[in-house]
Design a protein. Structure first.
Ligand code: NAD
Length: 428
């Protein structure tokens, strides 16, 4: 049996494929296969009971040819250096495809944050900064929240950094809360970015958004605003959304004969993206098994929950009406699903293009912090629309020019941009 690749080996394999297609210089390719810098450190934290616990922390800076490294910090019990390396690598490509002047980074701590008190979490966040502050900064590396970390944690980290360097430096972390240096529009950013990509893809495919139906998996941050965007910005109909029910430990699909009303559903959804079944039923929603979303009669599929959801098995269930798949989540479609899309002429907007609205708005947050001047939500979303539209068309153009699938084209655009910056800087 073939050996299962871990996340970083997968990231390297993806890169190797594109490096070959692009006939990259072997020295440049070797440089890009590996992160430029890696930090691995121990963080002692005084616990509430007076004892001291040692935590393992990481930060990986994959490539900063195009600008300061950028990427989240995860607090997760299964964190490994290789996961952080993979995520840092993917951030380099995501920032490059979005054409924001940032490189790729990622960090983490091996911990289950749910086991810590608020005070312990704060001390752990400050401990991470005490270990890393010399190697992060608005012009160096700008971390953000990710799995297990929150906007409040970013404010504690920003505060610790500001104290250590002796001046208020909000641009060192993004994803901060509004009122604590955060940006307007961040909540909507990823889902609306998905919407802008869908709008451009529909123009290309000559689809009428007002006559289109979308089926969405997920009802968390990304899916909520993708659903609102699809209905309100594009004028389409959302056939269903699906979510995980933490009490029943299973997933459900919610649909409505008139199409789902995402603004109503938001009022009966908790902070984890779980919809209240009883209230939905009272409002006339039909509740089916969590797998039902994928076989709905729809023109557009938006997997915006988890990785690996559209795979060799589930892809066979999609309606023959589907023409477009917009990857809101990271890695929602497997290589087998990609093969099916290619065979059936289904257009795919790959994850690191489709969901790059989040990091683009994080970049806007950092820019506003640096200027100490803040934009309105309308300004943020307008700038986001411009960036997403440009990014989409750069990838589409590459896909048409090189006659390659959109995912390969997105890698080609991203890697070419990073390579160009490396060459201009005289690195190779
Ligand atoms: P979230 O935690 O807010 O929401 C996740 C949603 O998925 C919830 O509604 C949950 O109930 C649902 N879900 C979980 N398991 C499910 C299952 N088995 N079946 C159906 N639904 C299920 O997360 P999010 O921020 O919306 O992120 C979703 C995805 O998008 C992740 O892959 C994330 O990495 C990616 N992403 C998020 C952002 C962002 O800005 N939030 C940016 C880029 C990528």
């Amino acid at each position: 049996m073939a050996e299962q690749l871990n996340a970083f080996q997968m990231a390297q394999a993806q890169f190797d494929g594109v490096a070959k297609q692009l006939k990259l210089d072997p020295v440049i390719a070797e440089m890009l296969r590996w992160p430029m810098r890696e930090f691995s450190f121990r963080i002692p934290v005084r616990m509430d009971d007076g004892s001291t616990r040692i935590f393992q922390g990481y930060r990986v800076q994959h490539n900063d040819a195009r600008g300061p490294n950028k990427g989240g910090i995860r607090f997760h019990p299964n964190e490994t250096l290789d996961t952080v390396r993979a995520l840092a690598t993917w951030m380099t490509w995501k920032c490059a495809v979005a054409d924001i002047p940032l490189g790729g980074g990622k960090g983490g701590i091996i911990v289950d944050p749910a086991t810590l008190s608020v005070g312990e979490k704060e001390r752990l966040c400050r401990g991470w900064v005490q270990a890393m502050w010399r190697n992060i900064g608005p012009r160096l590396d700008v971390p953000a929240p990710d799995v297990g970390t929150t906007p409040q944690m970013m404010d504690w980290m920003m505060d610790e950094y500001s104290k250590l360097v002796g001046q208020y430096t909000p641009g060192v972390f993004t994803g901060k809360p509004l009122g604590g240096g955060g940006s307007e529009g961040r909540t909507e950013a990823t889902g609306f970015g998905v919407t802008y990509c869908i709008r451009e893809a529909m123009k290309h495919l000559k689809m009428d958004p007002s006559k289109s139906v979308a089926a969405i998996q997920g009802f968390g941050n990304v899916a909520q605003y993708a659903a609102i965007g699809f209905k309100e910005i594009l004028g389409g109909k959302v056939a269903c959304v699906a979510c995980w029910d933490r009490e029943d430990k299973t997933s459900y699909t919610f649909s409505h004969k008139d199409g789902v009303d995402p603004r109503f559903l938001l009022t009966i959804t908790d902070q984890y993206g779980t919809i209240d079944k009883k209230k939905a039923k009272e409002a006339g929603y039909v509740i089916e098994d969590g797998s039902a979303w994928i076989s709905k009669e729809a023109d557009v599929l938006i997997p915006a929950a988890l990785e690996g959801q559209v795979n060799g098995e589930t892809v066979k269930k999609i309606s023959s009406r589907v023409r477009l798949v917009a990857e809101g989540a990271n890695g929602p479609c497997t290589p087998e699903a990609d093969e099916f899309f290619k065979k059936n002429n289904i257009f795919n907007i790959p994850d690191f293009l489709c969901n790059s609205g989040g990091v683009t708005t994080s970049y806007f947050e950092s820019v506003q912090n640096d200027m100490n001047f803040y934009w309105t939500k309308e300004e943020v979303l307008q700038r986001l629309d411009t960036k997403m539209t440009q990014a989409f068309h750069a990838v589409l153009e590459m896909s048409e020019k090189e006659k390659v699938y959109m995912r390969d084209a997105a890698y080609m655009v991203a890697i070419s941009r990073v390579v160009k910056a490396m060459q201009l800087r005289g690195w190779a």
